[in-house]
Design a protein around this ligand. Structure first.
Ligand code: ZN
Length: 145
């Protein structure tokens, strides 16, 4: 299936998900599902000083959706909301097959690029990222400083 290294990263996050659960409080909250595959993802985040202090995911689904959610939490913890938006935009661009500049910073998230070879699974990989982007957008304007 996927290249070995990438497959290992995805399986590792699937078997040992990082940041599973719900944050307290839930300054950001979003749910998304992918009926084609049966994936359901809930993303919650706790904010502090304009940054994502903590981010967690809950729900269930296939290995790709779960691993993608786990990878996302590890990449976005500690980022400002603007940085998180930018990172999400970069990831979604990659998942549309567009060339990235400075894509190195995607780190483990780069492993999900292999999913592009399986177009029906792309939605699985992008689901958690769409959920968080929706939550970020709903937050905008609410807490202007
Ligand atoms: Zn799926």
């Amino acid at each position: 299936m996927l290249d070995d290294l990438y497959q290992q990263i995805i399986l590792d996050h699937y078997r040992r998900p990082r940041n599973k659960g719900r944050t307290e409080p839930q300054d950001l909250m979003a749910k998304e599902n992918n009926p084609l595959c049966g994936d359901e993802i809930e993303v919650t985040a706790r904010l502090a000083d304009g940054k994502i202090a903590e981010i967690k995911f809950a729900g269930h689904g296939c290995a790709i959706s779960q691993a993608s959610a786990s990878i996302m939490t590890t990449k976005l913890t500690g980022k400002t909301l603007a940085e998180a938006e930018e990172f999400i935009a970069g990831f979604l661009k990659m998942m549309r097959g567009e060339k990235l500049f400075g894509g190195k910073e995607l780190g483990d998230a780069k492993a999900l690029e292999g999913v592009l070879k399986f177009p029906v699974r792309v939605k699985c990989a992008t689901l958690p990222w769409h959920a968080l982007r929706g939550a970020l957008h709903s937050k905008e304007g609410v807490e202007e400083r």
